[in-house]
Design a protein around this ligand. Structure first.
Ligand code: CA
Length: 226
C-alpha cells in the first residue's frame, strides 16, 4: 500500500458505518465518516478524499443528489451503496457518474477488495500507460518488428508501411505512396496501394488483433496511427 488513501464514508446507520470503517482502516485507509447527505459534497470539496462510499438513502440529501453534486466539481471515485439489488439497474440508467455499486448486505471484506481494485486501476492509469507496444523499423534489412515479432512483409509492403510510419498521423495520398513503392517509376493503378494495404492489415492483425493502425482517410489516402 502506498501512503494511506483517504476515504469518505457517508452512511446514516452507525453500526454499519463503524464496521466498514474498521475494515477499511485495518486495510490501511484513513476513513472519515458522515452520517448525513447534506454536508457531504462540501466536505468533499474541502478535503478532497481519494474515494467516496455513498449510501443511497440518507437523511438530509439522498445519495443520488450527493453524487450529482460531487460530479459537478470532482472526478473522485464514488461507490454507491444501496439496499436493493434491483435498484442498481435503475441507478445505472440514471448515469449518475458513480464508479461502482455495492449492495447491502455487503461483506466489508468485499468492499475493501473493490476499493483496492479501483485504486490499482487509477495508479495504473496515472503511472502513464501500459507499456507501449513498439514497432521497430530496420531499413537495412527491410524488416518491421512489432514487439520483437518480425512482420512477414514483401519489399513493396515494407516500403509502404515504413513510409507511413515515418510520420505517424500524417496522411499520405495514394499517389505519394506509389512514388515510394516502386523504384523504377513504373505506371501502376491507384488501386495497387489499396490491395497492398489490405495485405499489410492482415499481417498486422496477426500480431496486433485489437487495433487498426493503418487507417484509410476517405478521399485522401492513408495514415499510420499509433
Ligand atoms: Ca441509509
Amino acid at each position: 500500500m502506498p501512503d494511506s488513501k483517504s476515504i469518505l464514508l457517508v452512511e446514516d446507520e452507525p453500526k454499519l458505518a463503524e464496521v466498514l470503517k474498521e475494515y477499511l482502516e485495518r486495510a490501511g485507509f484513513s476513513v472519515q465518516w458522515l452520517a448525513e447527505g447534506l454536508p457531504a459534497a462540501s466536505w468533499v470539496k474541502q478535503h478532497e478524499p481519494d474515494l467516496v462510499l455513498l449510501d443511497l438513502l440518507l437523511p438530509g440529501r439522498d445519495g443520488m443528489d450527493v453524487c450529482r453534486d460531487i460530479r459537478k466539481f470532482s472526478n473522485v471515485p464514488i461507490f454507491m451503496i444501496t439496499a436493493r439489488v434491483d435498484e442498481i439497474d435503475r441507478l445505472l440508467g440514471l448515469e449518475l457518474g458513480a464508479d461502482d455499486y455495492i449492495c447491502k448486505p455487503y461483506s466489508p471484506r468485499e468492499v475493501v477488495a473493490r476499493v483496492r481494485a479501483v485504486f490499482r486501476r487509477i495508479e495504473y492509469c496515472g503511472s502513464g500507460r501500459p507499456p507501449e507496444p513498439e514497432f521497430r523499423v530496420d531499413h537495412e534489412r527491410m524488416t518491421i518488428e512489432f514487439q520483437s515479432r518480425v512482420l512477414d512483409l514483401t519489399g513493396v509492403e515494407f516500403r509502404l508501411l515504413a513510409a507511413l510510419m515515418e510520420k505517424p498521423g500524417r496522411i499520405l495520398s495514394r499517389e505519394r505512396l506509389l512514388g515510394r513503392l516502386y523504384e523504377d517509376n513504373r505506371i501502376v493503378a491507384d488501386r495497387t496501394v489499396d490491395s497492398h494495404v489490405k495485405n499489410i492489415r492482415k499481417k498486422l492483425a496477426a500480431v496486433l488483433p485489437e487495433r487498426e493502425v493503418l487507417v484509410s482517410v476517405y478521399g485522401a489516402g492513408y495514415k499510420f496511427e499509433w
